[in-house]
Design a protein around this ligand. Structure first.
Ligand code: FAD
Ligand code: UDP
Length: 371
């Protein structure tokens, strides 16, 4: 009899397992995939750490989170500065003076502001009600048409006019020449990839890979005094109230025998007609391209990311936190509140758009509550 069964060896489950063991509890971790680390998993392929489930860039504003994660890896100084390609034009992201200069030829913040204001006025938007209106009110119609409309439409599988505004509010708009995608105080990639973080957390803890909770539910339910479940909460309840919706993704990895394919870690393809949203070139996350000098890797690995409709059995990636799904989740959460033995955690158990830092914060909150 273990003190805890942890279902899922992603970041959330692994933090909990690590903290439980540290406090003297016995823990069994089960994971249905054939590897550790969940969605942030990286795999070393001939010297390149490949982000198997899409680009993962660690960032946080919290000293506590930054200190916590550094126990398990050393981070480099990577700054995410993606570019966007629309037809034969290339723009800097996030939307900043470099973008405005390329789009309109403007040079000063005042000129850029005037251009945006003029386009917002023409569109007649005063109170944005959806993502389309929100985007136009932030950056005007030209940028919306070229850099947002197509990308967002394919990413979420529906038009911007039917999506909530908050999705686009994640992106900064800057009146300075600064291509840093994030505003956080700390940012970087763990040198040597993400998987080592979970390997260190789970060091000395019993882990069973290729083990699905639902294939042996009764046995697993009776093998521990308490369970932390980081899989899908609706699946745990056998979809009693119906299915929560997700967006799924398909990743196409390719090794190329050239040193430098696209000159940047992340390139977004914003026109609707191109079926993938972005191509990532993994070596640039860890500066593996030094123009043939020491530290250079002669080949490269790229990944095309295709958005996909999610169906039961597919990998769930982005929860669709609209009103309908959020109120369905609330029903499951009420069931969960009545459980004595099972706790739900992580992006699937809590049905949240967690990035790694918010996942860590939520896991540490649970640790405080539980112990
Ligand atoms: P997961 O990593 O999903 O872990 C849950 C684990 O449970 C999985 O390994 C799953 O296989 C396992 N499991 C599920 N059901 C069962 C079952 N029945 N039995 C056994 N095991 C089960 N965050 C950032 O901070 N920066 C980024 O740049 C970033 N980019 C992202 C890009 C993409 C495409 C995606 C999808 C996410 C990104 N994130 C990013 C978010 C980040 O991946 C998550 O915050 C983090 O990985 C969540 O960890 P978790 O443990 O909550 O969930
Ligand atoms: N987005 C866009 N064009 C881009 C990049 C992002 O329209 O070139 C929109 C898109 O709707 C996306 C949202 O901005 O879902 C948030 O972007 P972010 O990069 O945070 O997406 P994520 O990391 O969640 O994939």
């Amino acid at each position: 009899m273990y003190d805890y069964l942890v279902v899922g060896a992603g970041l959330f489950g692994s933090i909990f397992a690590y903290e439980a063991k540290k406090r003297g509890h016995s823990v069994l971790v089960i994971e249905k995939r054939d590897h550790l680390a969940g969605t942030m998993y990286t795999e070393n392929q001939d010297g390149i750490n490949v982000h198997k489930y899409g680009a993962h860039i660690f960032r946080t504003d919290s000293d506590k989170v930054w200190e916590y994660i550094q126990q398990f890896a050393e981070f480099n100084r990577f700054t995410n500065s993606p570019v966007a390609i629309y037809k034969d034009e290339l723009y800097n992201l996030p939307f900043n003076m470099n973008t405005f200069n390329k789009m309109w030829g403007v040079k000063t913040p005042e000129e850029a502001r005037a251009k945006i204001d003029e386009q917002v006025k023409e569109a007649g938007i005063t109170e944005p009600k959806n993502l389309e209106e929100q985007a136009i009110s932030m950056v005007g119609t030209d940028i919306y048409e070229k850099l947002i409309k197509g990308y967002t439409g394919k990413q979420w599988g529906r038009p911007c006019s039917e999506l909530p505004s908050f999705i686009i509010k994640r992106l900064p708009v800057r009146m300075v020449y600064d291509n840093n995608y994030f505003n956080d105080k700390y940012q970087g990639i763990p040198i040597g990839g993400y998987t080592q973080i979970v390997e260190k957390m789970l060091n000395g803890i019993e882990v069973k890979l290729n083990t699905d909770f639902f294939e042996n539910r009764e046995e697993f339910e009776s093998c521990a005094k308490k369970i932390l479940f980081t899989g899908m909460i609706d699946e745990y309840y056998d979809y009693y109230y119906g299915e929560l919706e997700y967006r799924s993704l398909r990743f196409e990895h390719e090794r190329l025998e050239c040193e430098n394919y696209q000159g940047n870690a992340v390139v977004n393809y914003t026109e609707y007609e191109i079926p993938y949203t972005r191509i990532i070139e993994h070596k640039h996350f860890e500066f593996g391209c030094q123009g043939g000098k020491e530290g250079s890797i002669p080949h490269t690995v790229i990944t095309r990311e295709y958005p996909a409709t999610w169906q039961r059995g597919d990998d769930p990636y982005y929860p669709i936190n609209d009103e309908k799904n959020n109120s369905l989740y609330e029903k499951y959460r009420k069931l969960a509140d009545d459980e004595g033995k099972v706790i739900f955690g992580g992006r699937l158990g809590m049905y949240r758009y967690f990035d790694m830092q918010t996942d860590i914060i939520a896991a540490l909150e649970l640790v405080d509550k539980e112990f």
